[in-house]
Design a protein around this ligand. Sequence first.
Ligand code: NDP
Length: 500
Amino acid sequence: MDQISTRLSPPEAPREFGFFMNGAWVPAGDRELFDRQSPAHGVPVTRVPKCTVEDLDAAVDAARRAFDDRRWSGLNGQARAAVLLRTGALIRERADEIAYFETLENGKPISQARAEVLGCADMFEYASGLARSLHGDSFNNLGDGLFGLVTREPVGVVGLITPWNFPFLILCERVPYILASGCTIVAKPSEVTSATTLILAEILSDAGLPDGCMNVVTGAGSSIGQALIEHPRVDMLSFTGSTAVGRRVVEAAGKSNFKKLGLELGGKNPQIVFADADLEDAADGVAFGIGFNTGQCCVSGSRLIVERSVADDFARMVQAKFDKVRVGDPLDEATQIGAITTEAQNATIMSYIERGQAEGARLICGGAQLDMGRGQFIVPTLFGDVTRDMSIAREEIFGPVLTIMPFDTIEEAIEIANDTDYGLAASVWTKNIDKALTVTRQVQAGRFWVNTTLAGGPELPLGGFRQSGWGREAGIYGVEEYTQVKSVHIEIGKRDHWVK
Ligand code: NDP
């Protein structure tokens, strides 16, 4: 697409894609097709093929050949960095197009999609430096007869399964780092949001990535995704999605080739607010933390834990923010909360809202769908009188639904925050440094925010404690994740013989 009008509207006909393998588009041919409807507009916006297991095998073969003949891993860091830098530049050039399809398929506001895409270009640019600086270690303290080296080598072919909530962002929190390490990729995006992953494959190829290093197969998770996690010629699998499917990934790795795994799964993330916080800032941050991406973030701050002395006032402040937030057509530049991405997710969120009321929680505000005449929208929702055993306080809802629970002491706040199976992210709001540091040290979470939330950059790693997952993405940690460590022992001089 060359140009997008400044007054955006859905396309008149869906854009048709093939899938991408060995450096080229493969037309859909006579494969079954999947038509994606915009969750905000109810019209078809993209069409992708349902790849077969044979297609997946061919894509894995292409990635395997590209890895084994060292056409990518054998290049020096400078050459790999050059491709990643060019990719960043091409993403910037095509940012409007990528953001448009991200919004059409996912339902997120166009202004947000555009910001995410530019952040993704930045990730490629940052990772280019890591391709050059990745290094091992040496041991010069093993005596005069021995020298030790520790080298990092790329793991091999990486299967990459990404979800529908941040189709491009989550992809780009992984792909540049995987490529910086020297690995090759077979990606399987969520079937409902495949377009921008396919566009990235084309961009990488245009940027000079050798053929076979980035392949994208499209289709449903239950068929093509399952075949990828079981694939014996895939060396590592990076999965982002539900804890339920994460469990299947672990089982499949055990039953096939014990592939290395990276898992980013669910979260039920606490936002702890002390009475001494800047409550205006905290209310805005809390509203953002659950409203951003309609609460469909693994790191959404969905459990509000507030010091009792300010709890009622703070609930009113959050409600005031919710009342003002602009929910609507995601193609409108002014929209802050767009559509719920899938009908199934919409039904899940509404069922949790019903369950919360049935379990005795008090609906403070929201709780309803917004009738826009088409598409699926849910207004931000706040529940009070929530107890820790309620499903809305324990389970990941993945929607704009916030529960509020009071606390009296810092120990109680930490205890409530840790009373979860998950450990992905947490935020604390206070002007007291001792409280901030105590909470940061004692709450179990892979990402922590102090007096802010959902902030970040490509330098900082992502990942979870407990059932939120294994491993880390992004930063130097994200590159190292896709490497194996090898120790090399080098004898110096004449060997002291074992058999004399
Ligand atoms: P899934 O875990 O089913 O989907 C995530 C990815 O896994 C998608 O690409 C999906 O493909 C794929 N997938 C599905 N089944 C398999 C399988 N058997 N083998 C391999 N891959 C598979 O999430 P849902 O879409 O069902 O969402 C359900 C819940 O998961 C949400 O309500 C939310 O709580 C959580 N979730 C968490 C995310 C996170 O970022 N941590 C992201 C998304 C969801 P496809 O979509 O084509 O089926």
